[in-house]
Ligand binder design. Structure first.
Ligand code: CUA
Length: 344
């Protein structure tokens, strides 16, 4: 009966691990694969040690258990030099077997590729509760979907714009914190296949910490080049002058689209092609197992109608309550944004 709560707890933990796109046990990238190899090595050693120790213990308990003819306590022994040397030496060897590849990988995964001509540089900035990705070599800034070519090293420089967050894409690499003391953390990822991988903020940062997701989209080199070119094309403007005016005054003071706008909120260029709106309203236009059921336009309307209901504690003013937008204006802006697409 006492084990009941334990099993319930364990089943909850295991069900959380069952979300395939957040599993570290199905690595899709070089770093994650190396980390998985280390896990397998450590667990194999543990299993072998456990089997040997438990077998010896079981053997001793059975063989030397107290029998009816045992009237007195057995002979007491103290100290055994050979055994002591043996059980000091074996763990030492095991620790070395673990330490050598671990140290090798720690240095390999901490390698700085920011000066590497073949690597793609991305600056990652974390915000309450969204992610910004800028590509200094291409002059591109985007948010929420990190687009990368497969089989290429992506050198990441990470910093936060407010509180402590942590960048984590379980299928591609372990966590890297974005620090509040101004230091820039560097890491790298390399997706070995094309696909969409879920990223999470892995540091409790506020009411919508659990919703601070992002996607890594690994595409072919041709698709990546197409995306870069497409992100730099001039964006179309809103035809209706009244809506254009509202959009310019109310939205572009914080957000950018194409060449114009601010940088307080997420850059909106190509938002119609993203996997999600506000990271958790998944779009039906999205790809893979992370595909949602609603089109991007409907998700944008839901978000713009009541951002706090979708993502509590987020920093965006409510378009309706704080900025005085009407339902029709929200619909028109959602439609315009949904049509802001980029190609892959
Ligand atoms: Cu950002 Cu948790």
């Amino acid at each position: 009966k006492r084990l009941g709560p334990l099993f319930i707890g364990l089943s909850f933990m295991l069900s959380a691990c069952g979300r395939a796109d957040l599993s570290t046990l199905k690595p899709q990238g070089t770093v994650a694969a190396g980390q998985y190899d280390l896990m397998k090595l450590a667990i194999s050693i543990m299993i072998v040690v456990m089997l040997i120790v438990f077998s010896i213990a079981a053997y001793v308990y059975i063989k030397f258990r107290r029998k009816p003819e045992h009237k007195e306590a057995p002979k007491q022994v103290e100290g055994n030099f050979k055994l002591e040397v043996l059980w000091t030496a074996i763990p030492l060897v095991l620790v070395l077997v673990l330490a050598v590849p671990t140290i090798q990988k720690v240095f390999a995964f901490g390698e700085d590729y920011s000066a590497d001509k073949n690597a793609i540089k991305v600056k990652v900035s974390s915000h309450l509760f969204w992610w910004e990705f800028s590509y200094p070599d291409y002059g591109i800034t985007t948010a929420q979907d990190l687009i990368i070519p497969a089989n290429k090293k992506i050198s990441l420089e990470l910093k936060t714009m407010d509180v402590l967050h942590s960048f984590w894409v379980p299928s591609l690499a372990g966590k890297t914190d974005t620090n509040t003391d101004g230091t820039v953390n560097k890491t790298w990822i390399e997706a070995t296949q094309e696909g969409v991988y879920l990223g999470k903020c892995a540091e409790l940062c506020g009411p919508s910490h659990a919703f601070m997701e992002f996607k890594v989209k690994s595409v072919s080199q041709e698709s990546f080049d197409l995306w870069v070119a497409s992100m730099k094309e001039p964006v179309q403007t809103i035809e209706d002058p009244a809506i254009a005016e509202v959009f310019k005054n109310q939205c572009l003071s914080c957000h950018a689209i194409g060449e114009q706008g601010g940088s307080v909120g997420p850059n909106l260029t190509g938002i119609g092609s993203r996997e999600s709106v506000a990271s958790i309203l998944l779009n039906s236009e999205g790809s893979g197992q992370l595909k949602g059921s609603k089109p991007v336009k409907d998700n944008l309307i839901e978000w713009l109608t009541d951002p706090q209901a979708v993502k509590p504690g987020n920093k965006m003013p409510s378009p309706k309550e704080d900025l005085g937008l009407t339902d029709n204006e929200i619909k028109a802006i959602a439609e315009y944004l949904a049509n802001s697409k980029v190609s892959y």
